[in-house]
Design a protein around this ligand. Sequence first.
Ligand code: KG4
Ligand code: ZN
Length: 347
Amino acid sequence: MSQPLILGIETSCDETGVALVRGHDLLFDAVASSMDEHARFGGIIPEVASRAHLEAMIPTIRRALTEANVDLTDVDAVAVTAGPGLVGPLTIGASAAKALAVAINKPLYGVNHVVGHAAVDQLVHGAFPERFMALVVSGGHSSLLMVEDIATSVRELGSTLDDAAGEAFDKVGRLLDLPYPGGPHIDRLAREGNPHAIRFPRALTGGRDKEKHLYDFSFSGLKTSVARWVEARHDAGEDIPLNDVAASFADAVADVLTAKTIAACQRHDIDTLVIGGGFSANSQLRDMAAQRCAQAGITLRIPPIRYCTDNGAMIASLGASLVAANVAPSTLDFPVDSSMPLMITHV
Ligand code: KG4
Ligand code: ZN
């Protein structure tokens, strides 16, 4: 018998994602983004995102069903992001999912977005091993998760105390006068620069800070150091070596992310690492993770970038795992939770 067909809906930020998944097979993944509407503001405007989700929701659901060549009545369960994310956008997705579940009289699962960033990798690289580590890095999150069962057992080992990795890149991008979002621009400049030109700080990697925050990250001090360094050069009337600043900054971020993650794998005797979230597009992180994982004998799994940015497939994939694990569905009145804890895989 074929596995249940899961419809996944994602609306936690600026992407309206709808996908259909059967087991570990992705049938189709439709995404509409409102990023163009936010770019001129230099950041995501929740109200603008909510309105865009409302407009895109039904056309995106229709497109996913048509392209997957299935009928709404074929769907066996609906999964939707319950949090974390922006309340307005989350509410639009949850309302749509609730209405659909009622209309087709099928179970509904409100799921965790960050856990979804890890879950999507099953669609690309197949079933997960018994235990693995997941590093989820994006404009909104930098979290290290220890996963024993993607449906039922996720432990948050650490996360960022301030800016997420992508957010730090975007802020440094702004101070270097790069277009928003600055992340990909810094990546590009960094590839031409010397990562050892400037020694920027690695927060929470030594002394008592490290003891207290073994697997936590902090990038706001790093961002401030970059700002000070650039300012001092500027005041002295000197040119800013953009490539070297970008490369040294990107190196500091990649160094801390990979060092802490690999230390966690070794300490917990885990030999598989999944990296997800939009920031996993970052070349410096990818290169350093590949090199350090190879040295440590850790299998590295990073999905192609279109599955790392926000999408419906990640939510459908987590939904499929919940159904396969016989987890009870969510009640129809579940609330969205902008700061949903990461060990809660579903509500
Ligand atoms: O997952 P995502 O699409 O949206 C969020 O949920 O945040 O991640 C987008 C973030 C942005 O901060 C963007 O600047 C950053 O990821 N980003 C990058 C790169 N590509 C995207 N940062 C550095 N290097 C990149 N190549
Ligand atoms: Zn995300």
